[in-house]
Write a new protein. Structure first.
Length: 268
Protein backbone atom coordinates (compact mmCIF):
# COMPACT_ATOMS: atom_id res chain seq x y z
CA UNK A 1 0.00 0.00 0.00
CA UNK A 2 1.36 3.46 -0.80
CA UNK A 3 0.24 6.95 0.07
CA UNK A 4 -1.47 8.90 -2.62
CA UNK A 5 -2.36 12.52 -3.12
CA UNK A 6 -5.09 13.14 -5.62
CA UNK A 7 -3.66 14.87 -8.68
CA UNK A 8 -5.52 18.09 -7.86
CA UNK A 9 -4.01 18.01 -4.35
CA UNK A 10 -7.48 18.12 -2.86
CA UNK A 11 -7.10 15.34 -0.32
CA UNK A 12 -4.77 12.70 0.94
CA UNK A 13 -6.11 9.21 0.55
CA UNK A 14 -4.67 5.75 0.60
CA UNK A 15 -4.94 3.59 -2.45
CA UNK A 16 -3.78 0.12 -3.21
CA UNK A 17 -0.76 0.00 -5.49
CA UNK A 18 -0.22 -2.75 -7.98
CA UNK A 19 3.15 -3.46 -6.35
CA UNK A 20 3.71 -6.54 -4.21
CA UNK A 21 3.93 -5.78 -0.50
CA UNK A 22 5.73 -7.17 2.52
CA UNK A 23 4.91 -6.68 6.20
CA UNK A 24 7.27 -5.03 8.68
CA UNK A 25 7.77 -6.22 12.27
CA UNK A 26 4.68 -4.29 13.44
CA UNK A 27 2.52 -6.01 10.86
CA UNK A 28 2.10 -2.92 8.67
CA UNK A 29 2.29 -3.42 4.95
CA UNK A 30 5.39 -1.98 3.31
CA UNK A 31 6.15 -1.43 -0.34
CA UNK A 32 8.67 -3.88 -1.73
CA UNK A 33 12.07 -3.05 -3.19
CA UNK A 34 11.99 -1.86 -6.77
CA UNK A 35 14.69 -0.98 -9.33
CA UNK A 36 14.33 2.73 -10.02
CA UNK A 37 15.84 4.10 -13.19
CA UNK A 38 18.19 7.08 -12.74
CA UNK A 39 17.11 9.49 -15.47
CA UNK A 40 18.91 12.69 -14.43
CA UNK A 41 21.60 13.88 -12.02
CA UNK A 42 21.35 17.54 -11.09
CA UNK A 43 24.19 19.23 -9.22
CA UNK A 44 22.52 21.00 -6.29
CA UNK A 45 25.60 22.29 -4.44
CA UNK A 46 29.33 21.47 -4.66
CA UNK A 47 28.74 18.41 -2.44
CA UNK A 48 25.12 17.48 -3.15
CA UNK A 49 23.00 16.21 -6.01
CA UNK A 50 19.39 15.70 -6.89
CA UNK A 51 18.85 12.21 -8.28
CA UNK A 52 15.81 12.07 -10.55
CA UNK A 53 14.39 8.55 -10.47
CA UNK A 54 11.72 6.93 -12.60
CA UNK A 55 9.97 4.36 -10.46
CA UNK A 56 8.70 1.04 -11.74
CA UNK A 57 5.83 1.09 -9.27
CA UNK A 58 3.56 3.88 -8.12
CA UNK A 59 5.17 7.23 -7.24
CA UNK A 60 2.29 8.52 -5.13
CA UNK A 61 3.48 9.92 -1.81
CA UNK A 62 2.75 12.60 0.74
CA UNK A 63 5.14 15.59 0.90
CA UNK A 64 7.80 14.90 3.56
CA UNK A 65 8.14 11.14 2.99
CA UNK A 66 11.39 9.39 2.24
CA UNK A 67 12.60 6.34 0.34
CA UNK A 68 15.11 3.79 1.52
CA UNK A 69 17.95 3.28 -0.93
CA UNK A 70 20.22 0.23 -0.85
CA UNK A 71 23.55 -0.34 -2.54
CA UNK A 72 26.20 -3.03 -2.52
CA UNK A 73 29.40 -1.93 -0.82
CA UNK A 74 32.79 -3.64 -1.25
CA UNK A 75 33.70 -5.94 1.66
CA UNK A 76 30.16 -5.94 3.02
CA UNK A 77 28.14 -9.15 3.04
CA UNK A 78 24.80 -7.64 2.05
CA UNK A 79 23.57 -4.37 0.61
CA UNK A 80 23.66 -1.27 2.86
CA UNK A 81 20.50 0.79 3.25
CA UNK A 82 20.05 4.53 3.92
CA UNK A 83 17.05 6.89 3.93
CA UNK A 84 16.70 9.79 1.48
CA UNK A 85 13.79 12.22 1.47
CA UNK A 86 11.80 13.13 -1.59
CA UNK A 87 12.38 16.71 -2.70
CA UNK A 88 9.80 16.85 -5.47
CA UNK A 89 6.06 17.48 -5.33
CA UNK A 90 3.54 14.64 -5.63
CA UNK A 91 1.33 17.04 -7.58
CA UNK A 92 0.80 16.57 -10.47
CA UNK A 93 0.90 12.81 -10.02
CA UNK A 94 4.01 11.30 -11.53
CA UNK A 95 6.14 8.17 -11.68
CA UNK A 96 9.22 10.33 -11.27
CA UNK A 97 10.66 11.44 -7.92
CA UNK A 98 13.64 13.57 -6.96
CA UNK A 99 15.75 12.66 -3.95
CA UNK A 100 18.35 15.08 -2.60
CA UNK A 101 21.65 13.64 -1.36
CA UNK A 102 24.51 15.44 0.35
CA UNK A 103 27.86 13.68 0.55
CA UNK A 104 28.92 12.81 4.09
CA UNK A 105 32.74 12.51 3.96
CA UNK A 106 33.82 8.99 4.85
CA UNK A 107 30.26 7.67 4.53
CA UNK A 108 29.47 4.31 2.96
CA UNK A 109 26.54 5.28 0.75
CA UNK A 110 26.26 9.03 0.17
CA UNK A 111 29.64 9.41 -1.64
CA UNK A 112 28.56 6.64 -4.05
CA UNK A 113 25.22 8.34 -4.65
CA UNK A 114 26.75 11.80 -5.14
CA UNK A 115 29.79 10.85 -7.23
CA UNK A 116 29.50 7.24 -8.30
CA UNK A 117 26.34 7.06 -10.40
CA UNK A 118 25.58 7.69 -14.06
CA UNK A 119 22.34 8.38 -15.88
CA UNK A 120 20.86 5.04 -16.91
CA UNK A 121 21.91 3.24 -13.71
CA UNK A 122 19.30 1.31 -11.78
CA UNK A 123 19.01 1.83 -8.02
CA UNK A 124 17.10 -0.25 -5.50
CA UNK A 125 14.59 1.85 -3.56
CA UNK A 126 11.70 1.13 -1.23
CA UNK A 127 9.04 3.51 -0.07
CA UNK A 128 7.48 5.92 0.47
CA UNK A 129 8.09 5.86 4.23
CA UNK A 130 7.57 8.19 7.20
CA UNK A 131 5.11 10.24 9.18
CA UNK A 132 6.84 13.60 8.67
CA UNK A 133 4.19 14.76 6.21
CA UNK A 134 2.20 17.86 5.43
CA UNK A 135 -0.78 18.37 3.14
CA UNK A 136 -3.37 21.11 2.74
CA UNK A 137 -5.55 19.26 5.27
CA UNK A 138 -2.95 20.08 7.96
CA UNK A 139 -3.39 23.79 7.24
CA UNK A 140 -1.13 26.68 8.22
CA UNK A 141 0.62 29.03 8.73
CA UNK A 142 3.47 26.56 8.54
CA UNK A 143 6.91 27.03 10.05
CA UNK A 144 9.60 24.92 8.37
CA UNK A 145 13.03 24.65 9.95
CA UNK A 146 15.77 22.74 8.16
CA UNK A 147 19.54 22.41 8.48
CA UNK A 148 21.79 21.03 5.74
CA UNK A 149 20.07 18.26 3.81
CA UNK A 150 17.18 18.59 6.28
CA UNK A 151 15.69 21.07 3.84
CA UNK A 152 15.01 18.28 1.32
CA UNK A 153 11.58 17.08 2.61
CA UNK A 154 10.59 20.69 3.37
CA UNK A 155 11.24 21.44 -0.30
CA UNK A 156 8.70 18.77 -1.23
CA UNK A 157 6.10 20.48 0.99
CA UNK A 158 6.84 23.89 -0.54
CA UNK A 159 6.76 22.54 -4.11
CA UNK A 160 3.50 20.73 -3.39
CA UNK A 161 1.96 23.94 -1.96
CA UNK A 162 3.02 25.77 -5.12
CA UNK A 163 1.87 23.05 -7.52
CA UNK A 164 -1.52 22.73 -5.80
CA UNK A 165 -1.83 26.54 -5.58
CA UNK A 166 -2.67 26.39 -1.86
CA UNK A 167 -1.88 29.96 -0.79
CA UNK A 168 -1.11 28.82 2.78
CA UNK A 169 1.57 30.96 4.53
CA UNK A 170 4.90 29.15 4.87
CA UNK A 171 8.10 30.40 6.44
CA UNK A 172 11.30 28.42 5.99
CA UNK A 173 14.30 28.93 8.26
CA UNK A 174 17.15 27.27 6.38
CA UNK A 175 20.59 26.72 7.88
CA UNK A 176 23.59 25.98 5.65
CA UNK A 177 27.35 26.22 6.05
CA UNK A 178 27.61 28.76 3.20
CA UNK A 179 25.22 30.21 0.65
CA UNK A 180 26.77 28.07 -2.11
CA UNK A 181 26.07 25.01 0.04
CA UNK A 182 22.42 25.92 0.64
CA UNK A 183 20.34 23.07 -0.84
CA UNK A 184 17.81 24.33 -3.45
CA UNK A 185 18.71 27.99 -2.91
CA UNK A 186 18.01 28.90 -6.54
CA UNK A 187 14.64 27.13 -6.58
CA UNK A 188 13.75 28.74 -3.26
CA UNK A 189 14.67 32.18 -4.64
CA UNK A 190 12.47 31.57 -7.72
CA UNK A 191 9.57 30.36 -5.59
CA UNK A 192 9.74 33.34 -3.18
CA UNK A 193 9.67 35.67 -6.22
CA UNK A 194 6.61 33.91 -7.53
CA UNK A 195 4.59 33.25 -4.36
CA UNK A 196 3.87 35.85 -1.68
CA UNK A 197 2.85 33.15 0.81
CA UNK A 198 6.43 31.85 0.96
CA UNK A 199 9.21 33.45 3.00
CA UNK A 200 12.72 32.04 3.25
CA UNK A 201 15.20 33.05 5.94
CA UNK A 202 18.76 31.82 5.28
CA UNK A 203 21.30 31.50 8.03
CA UNK A 204 24.94 30.62 7.36
CA UNK A 205 27.06 28.88 9.96
CA UNK A 206 30.49 29.18 8.34
CA UNK A 207 30.28 32.45 6.46
CA UNK A 208 29.97 35.61 8.50
CA UNK A 209 29.73 38.10 5.64
CA UNK A 210 27.51 36.87 2.77
CA UNK A 211 24.81 39.53 2.48
CA UNK A 212 22.38 37.12 0.76
CA UNK A 213 21.69 35.53 4.14
CA UNK A 214 19.64 37.15 6.91
CA UNK A 215 21.68 35.58 9.72
CA UNK A 216 25.23 34.28 10.11
CA UNK A 217 25.06 31.83 12.99
CA UNK A 218 23.55 28.49 13.92
CA UNK A 219 19.81 28.37 14.39
CA UNK A 220 19.24 29.70 17.90
CA UNK A 221 16.38 30.59 20.20
CA UNK A 222 16.36 34.26 19.12
CA UNK A 223 15.92 33.23 15.46
CA UNK A 224 12.97 31.01 16.36
CA UNK A 225 11.41 33.72 18.55
CA UNK A 226 11.56 36.07 15.54
CA UNK A 227 10.15 33.47 13.17
CA UNK A 228 7.19 32.82 15.45
CA UNK A 229 6.59 36.47 16.39
CA UNK A 230 6.02 37.46 12.78
CA UNK A 231 3.76 34.52 11.99
CA UNK A 232 2.54 32.16 14.70
CA UNK A 233 2.53 28.66 13.21
CA UNK A 234 -0.35 26.25 13.26
CA UNK A 235 2.04 23.54 12.10
CA UNK A 236 5.80 23.28 12.49
CA UNK A 237 8.20 20.86 10.75
CA UNK A 238 11.80 20.55 11.88
CA UNK A 239 14.34 18.43 10.02
CA UNK A 240 18.10 17.90 10.29
CA UNK A 241 20.70 16.94 12.88
CA UNK A 242 19.12 15.57 16.09
CA UNK A 243 20.51 18.30 18.39
CA UNK A 244 19.14 21.10 16.23
CA UNK A 245 15.78 19.36 15.94
CA UNK A 246 15.49 18.85 19.71
CA UNK A 247 16.59 22.42 20.49
CA UNK A 248 14.05 23.97 18.10
CA UNK A 249 11.33 21.64 19.38
CA UNK A 250 12.06 22.82 22.94
CA UNK A 251 12.09 26.52 22.01
CA UNK A 252 8.79 26.21 20.16
CA UNK A 253 7.27 24.57 23.24
CA UNK A 254 8.49 27.46 25.42
CA UNK A 255 6.90 29.89 22.97
CA UNK A 256 3.51 28.23 23.34
CA UNK A 257 3.40 26.24 20.11
CA UNK A 258 1.25 23.16 20.71
CA UNK A 259 3.62 20.13 20.77
CA UNK A 260 0.99 18.11 18.89
CA UNK A 261 1.36 20.49 15.95
CA UNK A 262 5.13 19.99 15.71
CA UNK A 263 6.56 17.17 13.58
CA UNK A 264 10.22 16.29 13.49
CA UNK A 265 12.58 14.21 11.36
CA UNK A 266 16.06 13.54 12.71
CA UNK A 267 18.84 12.74 10.24
CA UNK A 268 21.29 10.76 12.35
C1 LIG B 1 14.46 9.70 7.72
C2 LIG B 1 15.78 10.14 7.13
C3 LIG B 1 15.80 10.86 5.96
C4 LIG B 1 17.01 11.28 5.41
N1 LIG B 1 17.00 12.04 4.26
C5 LIG B 1 18.18 12.48 3.75
C6 LIG B 1 18.18 13.31 2.59
O1 LIG B 1 17.13 13.66 2.02
N2 LIG B 1 19.39 13.71 2.10
C7 LIG B 1 20.58 13.36 2.71
O2 LIG B 1 21.65 13.75 2.19
N3 LIG B 1 20.60 12.59 3.82
C8 LIG B 1 19.43 12.13 4.34
N4 LIG B 1 19.45 11.32 5.46
C9 LIG B 1 20.74 10.83 5.97
C10 LIG B 1 21.16 9.57 5.19
O3 LIG B 1 20.19 8.54 5.42
C11 LIG B 1 22.52 9.02 5.60
O4 LIG B 1 22.57 8.88 7.00
C12 LIG B 1 23.68 9.90 5.14
O5 LIG B 1 23.64 10.07 3.73
C13 LIG B 1 25.03 9.27 5.53
O6 LIG B 1 25.09 7.96 5.04
P1 LIG B 1 26.48 7.32 4.58
O7 LIG B 1 26.27 5.87 4.33
O8 LIG B 1 27.12 8.11 3.48
O9 LIG B 1 27.39 7.54 5.87
P2 LIG B 1 27.69 6.46 7.03
O10 LIG B 1 28.44 5.32 6.51
O11 LIG B 1 26.42 6.19 7.74
O12 LIG B 1 28.65 7.33 7.93
C14 LIG B 1 28.23 8.54 8.53
C15 LIG B 1 29.43 9.19 9.21
O13 LIG B 1 29.92 8.33 10.22
C16 LIG B 1 31.29 8.08 10.01
N5 LIG B 1 31.54 6.66 10.34
C17 LIG B 1 30.95 5.58 9.79
N6 LIG B 1 31.42 4.46 10.35
C18 LIG B 1 32.32 4.84 11.27
C19 LIG B 1 33.16 4.16 12.20
N7 LIG B 1 33.15 2.83 12.27
N8 LIG B 1 33.95 4.89 13.00
C20 LIG B 1 33.96 6.22 12.93
N9 LIG B 1 33.22 6.94 12.09
C21 LIG B 1 32.41 6.26 11.28
C22 LIG B 1 31.54 8.35 8.54
O14 LIG B 1 32.89 8.73 8.30
C23 LIG B 1 30.61 9.47 8.26
O15 LIG B 1 31.17 10.71 8.60
C24 LIG B 1 18.23 10.94 6.05
C25 LIG B 1 18.22 10.20 7.24
C26 LIG B 1 17.01 9.81 7.78
C27 LIG B 1 17.01 9.02 9.07
Amino acid sequence: MVSRIDPDGASATLRIATAGTVRDHSGRKQASWQHAHLIEIIKATPDAVTLRLRLVESAYFLPGKYYNVRLSVPDRAGPIQRAYSVASSPVPATWVIDVGVREVPGGLISPQLVRGLSVGDRIQVRGPVGRFTWTRDDGGPVLLVGAGSGVVPLMSMIRYAAAADLNIPMRLVCSSSSFDNAFYRRDLADLTEQYSWLEVVHTLTRDSSDARATHHRRIDQRMIVEAVAGQFPRRAYICGPPTMVEDVQGWLGELGVDPASVRVEKYD
